[in-house]
Ligand binder design. Structure first.
Ligand code: FAD
Length: 406
């Protein structure tokens, strides 16, 4: 079988690799000039690796951890907590307080769901859980920034269920690939060989008589027996226009919301010990992480802002200067250099956003719609599974399996 794959992020790459291992011919189309998509690592001039996009690898992210083991890519501990952030007054919530906030959010979501059904926004759930001052609560600021979307436009019940605690308790020890997370994408690319056509943006997908055809912006047409579509959500929302899809699948795609986020990666003079600190009275934060030995300091600092409102408040359309100034103003513990790299995913032409969340019209059945094919097409990407590096990889493996099961 010949399978066409649109998008060479972790989802499309993993789908292609799994299909190839099962004996199928694959051809990948990628609008950018590199693989990896939102998994993209580079080095600052002082040699420190930084991530433009996906950074934290969770403790239960088994697929990416398994691949790193298989590829011989060490994962180093970040040495900071993602969920518990230091405040500028030197306080940090305890693990018990964190568990309390998670439980309160979950209980509020289920209460509202019982009273009103599923159509409840994240803001309504947060207000119900934490009261009128919810917006100044550090946990809530973290939640809103992490979801990257307008809290009035995304579904609070789906999100509360997504972030509820794991069986076995909370473990803080997240990590990153020592060589940069995109080493995973580059290694899959190396293994699948010369099957990626770069600079090739797919603009139309059709299927008829058991054949799938993809048309590129250049006017070229490609045909195969099946396809995996693994392009980011806004691109997919436009591509499905011409396709015959089951109604629940179309609803899930059209109803999902793409968020926006930005990162400012800066060099620091000397070394910054691992620490994540919330900006004062603002829903963004900055962190420095452990070095390759897992404990000592690194010469870099990352600031992260999630959501268009926060990004606008940092004047990102004028460049990094204002954000750099704001970072310096509260990270007085460090000497933050002018050498920095700003990545604004909200205006990235290949992704048109950072990652996606369930929209207001979400219903639990939508979580399973991508466990089926639409004719000879399977869908992959964070928006079809879980908005993470690991979720993207898993979605690719799922798509490959769907196409190879007769
Ligand atoms: C700022 C930021 C921080 C994040 N932090 C974390 C984190 O800490 N931990 C974590 O696990 N995850 C994180 N994520 C999420 C994670 O990076 C993504 O979920 C994952 O990388 C998405 O992979 P994907 O394959 O679904 O999509 P992508 O990586 O976007 O791949 C899709 C590919 O399709 C290409 N494409 C687009 N349109 C077309 C077209 N028409 N034709 C052909 N190709 C096309 C794109 O160029 C891209 O290469 C973060 C993301 C961002 C942006």
């Amino acid at each position: 079988m010949k399978v066409l794959v649109a998008g060479a992020g972790l989802a499309g790459l993993n789908a292609a690799w799994e299909l190839q291992k099962a004996g199928h011919e694959v051809e990948l189309f990628e609008s950018n000039t590199r693989v990896g998509g939102r998994c993209w690592s580079e080095r600052l001039p002082n040699g420190e690796v930084f991530e433009h996009g996906g950074e934290f690898i969770g403790v239960t992210d088994h697929t990416i951890r398994r691949l790193c083991a298989e590829f011989g890519l060490p994962i180093v501990g970040l040495g900071i907590s993602f969920d518990r952030r230091w405040q500028v007054d030197g306080t940090i919530m305890s693990e018990e307080e964190l568990a309390g906030h998670v439980a309160d959010l979950s209980a509020a979501a289920e209460r509202l769901c019982k009273a009103r059904g599923y159509r409840v926004s994240l803001r309504e759930v947060a207000r119900e859980a934490y009261g009128p001052d919810y917006a100044s609560l550090p946990y809530c600021q973290k939640l809103f920034a992490t979801t990257t979307c307008d809290p009035d436009q995304v579904n609070g019940i789906a999100i509360a269920r997504m972030f509820q605690g794991h069986d076995g308790g909370y473990v803080e020890h997240r990590g990153r690939v020592m060589a940069g997370n995109d080493a995973v994408a580059r290694e899959i690319h190396r293994r699948i060989g010369d099957v990626v056509r770069f600079d090739t943006q797919i603009t139309e997908v059709r299927q008829a008589s058991g054949r799938v055809t993809m048309r590129a912006a250049t006017g070229e047409e490609f045909a195969g027996d099946a396809a995996v579509i693994a392009v980011p959500l806004p691109k997919l929302q436009r591509l499905i226009g011409t396709l015959d899809l089951p109604a629940p699948m179309r609803k899930a795609i059209e109803g999902r919301v793409m968020g926006a986020a930005a990162k400012l990666n800066t060099m620091v003079s000397g070394k910054a010990p691992p620490r994540g600190i919330q900006a004062p009275n603002a829903p963004w934060w900055s962190w420095s992480t452990a070095n390759n030995a897992g404990d000592a300091a690194r010469g870099s600092l990352t600031s992260y802002a999630g959501g268009r409102a926060t990004m606008a408040s940092l004047k990102l359309d004028e460049g990094p200067a204002y954000w750099l100034e704001q970072t310096r103003a509260y990270r007085t513990d460090l000497e933050v250099s002018d050498t920095c790299v700003l990545t604004d995913w909200g205006s990235d032409p290949h992704t048109e956003g950072a990652y996606s969340m369930p929209g207001l019209d979400w219903e639990p059945e939508q979580d399973r719609v991508f466990d089926q094919k639409a004719g000879a097409i399977a869908f992959a990407g964070e928006h079809t599974h879980f908005a993470s590096l690991n979720g993207a990889l898993d979605s690719g493996a799922r798509a490959a399996k769907l196409l190879t099961l007769i």
